[in-house]
Design a protein around this ligand. Structure first.
Ligand code: SGN
Ligand code: CA
Length: 518
């Protein structure tokens, strides 16, 4: 790390606002110009890409909430930071980038979803108000230094208000600050704010070509239980009611969520869905299975994208605040998600798989003092790279055991010759909800090789350029045997580079907790 920057006075060090939503797919962020960008734009989040950089090849290490957060905080893979699946307890003795910043003069805060089962304790953060576990969309409980308190309102908006209030307090101080602003949205079960419940009620979204995928040649894909038209709960997920004129959800596996709404909120909710649900209930008997499956896809996207409208407004409010208070130029603002998500591709919701939609995550970064507006980065980056990037920008040394690479040269528009050419991925949470079996693999700029293990033993190989939706497992295709052998060797190199424990140590390892019933 550069010595001059370490000597920089505190007051000139950049502030950092790290905004992370939960399960925001690239397809649902208009800066990435997807097929639905014009139907459900995110103009405020897009401002970050316009003001700074958009990463087009940004990936996670393990497409699940807790593991992503642990990788982001530590700059290390799960096998090093000890957090491989939701339900584990994050080891709070290890350093995190907020802790290092706090120890070097930054004021730090975390507001919103936390989900690593360790209550913040003042070592990493000066201030925290975090959701309990997954959190709720309405009237959520926040864990604070003073205990747990339930608040009235819509969670995305409450998180935004708390963040703006905390930013306002920082105006009194000349210390730089780092704020981790973590939204619950657009996580399942996709409950929109009152003003957005009907936002997309008349919008018909394009249905992915592989919505009715039959998973030939992909045994693990065939085993999953995250198919919209088969596994999404008709009540809890799709808000479908019992009959014409009724308001009671069909299945409500987690009734405590709806029960949190006040009578006023509940009335607004029922009114917003009544016409659409009545129409469906009146017509269901004459609809084909395929028509019902497509109706469910539309309902899912309408709600998912409606929750993102509130996230987009939140980002707009934060950016407006920075601009209005002269803070924009020297503040790094990041927008990302803990992983990608399926929006009907392969028929799915949820994430977990190393296929593109959940492996890739959005990543936008602005820092007007340093990053050129409209920068597009094509290099392969991963969420372990965030910690070293923030440490370098803050003028601190990057601890030698951090496994990620600082993205600062990429953000400066450079193309380092020794930048990584391949990524390592490992998903461990199985047996568990959604039945995505354990797998690991590698991806380079064009090819992907995965090995699904535990109770199956299946390899998959994709040429992402030729087969971007990963429908043809080319593992036995003679044309690719050379690439497959090369990528198998690459996995070995990555295991050595990242010090992955020997296979015997993890291959049959039981999860240390009982997965919640689906
Ligand atoms: C909840 C969801 C699951 C989801 C996990 C993990 N069910 O259990 O669908 O896969 O979280 O998500 S829910 O109906 O209770 O929302 S993660 O983002 O936290 O990893
Ligand atoms: Ca998530």
């Amino acid at each position: 790390m550069t010595k001059e920057r370490q000597a920089e006075p505190l007051a000139t060090r950049p502030n950092i606002i790290y905004i992370m939503s939960d399960d925001h797919a690239i397809r649902a962020l208009s800066a990435y110009n997807s097929d639905i960008a014009h139907l459900a734009p995110t103009p405020n989040i897009d401002r970050i890409a316009q003001n700074g950089a958009r990463f087009d090849q940004s990936f996670v290490t393990n497409s699940l909430c807790g593991p992503s957060r642990a990788a982001m905080l530590t700059g290390k893979f799960g096998h090093k930071n000890g957090f491989n699946h939701n339900g584990q307890l994050f080891d709070g003795f290890q350093p995190t980038w907020p802790r290092l910043l706090k120890a070097h003069g930054y004021t730090t805060a975390c507001i919103g979803k936390w989900h690593i089962n360790l209550t913040p304790d003042g070592i990493d953060f000066d201030h925290w108000e975090v959701l309990n576990d997954q959190g709720e969309y309405y009237n959520p409980d926040f864990i604070t230094a003073q205990g747990v308190k339930r608040e009235h309102g819509y969670t995305t908006e409450l998180i935004t208000q708390k963040s703006l209030r905390w930013l306002e307090e920082q105006q009194q101080s000349d210390q730089p600050f780092a704020l981790l602003l973590h939204h619950k949205a657009p996580h399942r079960n996709w409950m929109p704010a009152p003003q957005h419940m009907r936002a997309f009620e008349h919008t018909t979204f394009p249905v992915p070509d592989n919505y009715f995928d039959t998973y030939e040649g992909r045994a693990a894909a065939a085993m999953q239980t995250m198919t919209i038209y088969r596994d999404a709960q008709e009540g809890h997920d799709l808000k479908m009611t019992k009959g014409v004129g009724e308001t009671e959800w069909r299945e409500d596996i987690w009734p405590f969520l709806l029960a949190r709404l006040t009578p006023e909120q509940r009335q607004a909710w029922d009114e917003a869905y009544q016409d659409r649900n009545d129409w469906f209930n009146a017509n269901e008997a004459t609809m084909t299975a395929e028509e019902i499956a497509i109706w469910k896809y539309q309902r899912y996207l309408q709600d998912y994208l409606a929750t993102i409208k509130s996230v987009d407004e939140s980002v707009g409010e934060v950016l407006d605040y920075l601009e209005a208070n002269g803070l924009a130029d020297n503040t790094i603002v990041v927008y990302t998600s803990d992983q990608g998500f399926y929006m009907g591709e392969h028929g799915w919701f949820d994430k977990r798989f190393m296929y593109e939609e959940s492996f890739r995550a959005p990543l936008l970064i602005q820092y007007p003092n340093r990053i050129k507006p409209g920068t597009v980065v094509e290099h392969l980056v991963q969420n372990i790279d965030y910690a070293p990037t923030f440490l370098e920008y803050a003028g601190l040394d990057v601890p030698a055991d951090i496994q990620g690479e600082s993205m600062v040269p990429l953000l400066d528009g450079e193309s380092p010759a020794d930048w990584r050419q391949s990524l390592y991925y490992h998903f461990y949470e199985y047996p568990a909800m959604h039945d995505v079996t354990r797998h690991y693999g590698t991806r380079d700029s064009r090819y992907k090789l995965m090995h699904f293990y535990y109770d199956i033993d299946e390899w998959e190989f994709y040429d992402i350029e030729e087969d971007p939706t990963e429908m043809n497992n080319a593992i036995n295709d003679p044309r690719y045997q050379h690439e497959i052998a090369r990528l198998k060797a690459e996995i070995g190199k990555l295991e050595a580079k990242y010090d992955v424990p020997p296979r015997e140590e993890w291959v049959n390892l039981p999860l240390e907790y009982e997965p919640a019933p689906t």
